[in-house]
Ligand binder design. Structure first.
Ligand code: SF4
Ligand code: SF4
Length: 322
């Protein structure tokens, strides 16, 4: 793999599968179109590995902007982004969103929380010394998350608010002026959203940024040798460690042991078999958070409303990075 000229800017957008597909494309394509209008060379595309995506799973959309022709247009992943955008903060908590970032990178997260609280969420990531700036903006949720989402695949994308995208674009361009605002306004006609984002964005310097931190070695981005695609099934009563999926949960089910009558309806309904029953009928029901995706079925179905959905961000730790 040859090295791209340093003038190439890679932007990675993390979003929720299906329901935010349109939102991610709106942000990414608007950036690319505005840059192209200014004579830049651009690419904008989905991550192949993430597709076909599933409802709410973390997915990535990529943009590349360069003043020169892009030397390697057929690389299907942004290996060295310098700008990372997240459509919600739970993905920052659960995924390796900074993978491969260049020294001096910028992270923008859609959240009501502060940049400092986002830095807490990503404090375990080894790329942190290369991250210079963290910015947050409350662009609102693109759609209603707090319903069971098992059956809405493909359907609720239409409900995504593209106003969220305009606010995020305005926020990004205020922190990193990638494109001219007039070019962006010609493409993203929600100029109220652009102005809102520029006004409301909060940015902070990462105190753990090290200006001399080396970039990741290029060879870590090529995959050679064998990849084992066969993951053996777990033995009965054990866990499938190769398929931990609790890293993208937005809401955590919390069971009130006093209200719960041990009817086991949630145990039977959980699509991921991650509700566990104790040996005796008095034992409290437990949720295996390594696999719970926060789909909402259990708190929706519980006949005595013993399960509540709590914002995952209220809990320090507890998500497993994959
Ligand atoms: S459905 Fe509700 S009451 Fe029944 S076991 Fe689950 S938490 Fe308890
Ligand atoms: S425990 Fe509840 S929220 Fe978690 S995956 Fe199972 S049904 Fe969905």
């Amino acid at each position: 793999m040859t090295t791209e000229p340093r003038s190439l800017t890679e932007i990675t957008i993390w979003y929720r599968g299906v329901v935010e597909g349109r939102l991610a494309r709106k942000i990414g394509n608007s950036l690319a179109d505005a840059a192209r209008a200014a004579g830049k060379y651009v690419q904008a595309f989905d991550n192949y590995v993430d597709l076909p995506d599933r409802v709410y799973v973390p997915c990535r959309f990529y943009v590349r902007i360069s003043p020169e022709p892009i030397a390697e247009p057929y690389l299907y992943e942004n290996y060295t982004p310098s700008i990372v955008i997240c459509t919600d903060a739970a993905m920052a908590k659960g995924c390796d969103i900074l993978k491969g970032i260049l020294p001096g990178s910028v992270l923008l997260v859609n959240t009501k929380n502060t940049p400092e609280s986002v830095m807490e969420l990503i404090s375990d990531l080894e790329e942190l010394p290369r991250l210079k700036t963290v910015a947050t903006v409350d662009a609102g949720m693109a759609h209603e998350y707090r319903t069971p989402y098992g059956g809405v695949e493909g359907a609720s994308e239409k409900a995504a608010s593209l106003h969220t995208g305009a606010i995020m674009l305005g926020a990004l361009n205020a922190v990193v002026p990638l494109v001219d605002l007039s070019d962006l306004s010609n493409i993203e006609t929600d100029t109220r959203g652009l102005a809102e984002g520029a006004e409301d964005v909060k940015a902070a310097s990462n105190p753990r940024f090290v200006a001399s931190a080396p970039a990741e070695k290029a060879e870590t981005h090529s995959y050679r040798g064998r990849v084992n695609l066969v993951v053996p099934a777990p033995a009965p009563g054990t866990e499938q460690v190769g398929h931990i999926t609790g890293n993208y949960r937005l809401d955590r089910p919390v069971i009130d042991g006093d209200k719960c009558n041990r009817c086991r309806i949630c145990w039977a309904a959980c699509p991921d078999a991650c509700i566990e029953v104790g040996a005796s009928s008095d034992d409290p029901m437990q949720v295996n958070l390594k696999y719970c995706k926060g789909c909402g079925i259990c708190w929706y179905i519980c006949p005595v409303k013993a399960i509540t959905a709590e914002d995952e961000l209220n809990y320090v730790g507890g998500m497993v990075r994959v």
